[in-house]
Write a protein that binds this ligand. Structure first.
Ligand code: FMN
Length: 163
């Protein structure tokens, strides 16, 4: 089974989380969404996709420019992670992760890796469904010290799907 980690990142924070996840899972295909198209993504069996949130709950720029219409992920296992700022943007915290999950589900993905919102402080997020984040929420602006342990706990949860 082939697996890719795909990220969109403006300042490098989502990219560094993508690299940490890749290293811990032993995945060598870490791709910047700015450099690839839907056909490339469709060629993988499984995906882990990450985006930071910009504007007010918007996609990171390169995901924003991506054409999702040619994605075909029917039945494929996909997990998402998001990078945001839960203090300065507390009412749109990691909202782009919610948009990303929605777009990937619309392309047929089977999403895994929802995370409890317990342990996070924020007002609102489009990435929350049924009291859980749709994937792993990170915050390198305020809680970079928690990033690695949050990733470790999440990987324990999703490893059965990605081993
Ligand atoms: C102008 C601006 C707008 C932002 N908007 C949001 C937002 O709506 N929600 C959020 O959670 N984070 C927001 N952020 C925080 C970024 O997502 C955060 O800094 C992130 O680490 C950037 O990751 P990147 O370097 O991978 O792009 C914003 C940051 C800036 C500078």
């Amino acid at each position: 089974m082939t697996t890719a980690i795909i990220f969109g990142s403006s300042m490098g924070n989502t990219e560094s989380a993508a690299n940490m996840i890749a290293q811990k899972l032993g995945i060598s295909d870490v791709l910047n969404i700015a450099d690839i198209d839907a056909e490339k993504i469709n060629s993988y069996d499984r995906l882990i996709c990450g985006t930071s949130t910009w504007g007010s709950g918007d996609f990171q720029d390169d995901w924003d420019g991506f054409d999702f219409s040619s994605l075909n992920l029917n039945g494929k296992t996909v997990a998402v992670f998001g990078m945001g700022d839960s203090e300065s943007y507390s009412d749109t915290y990691c909202s782009a992760m919610g948009k990303l999950a929605q777009a990937l589900k619309s392309a047929g993905a089977n999403l895994v890796g929802a995370v409890s919102t317990g342990g996070y402080t924020f007002e609102a997020s489009d990435a929350v469904e049924d009291d859980k984040f749709v994937g792993l929420a990170l915050d390198n602006d305020n809680y970079e010290n928690l990033t690695e342990s949050r990733i470790d706990a999440w990987l324990e949860q999703i490893k059965p799907y990605f081993s």
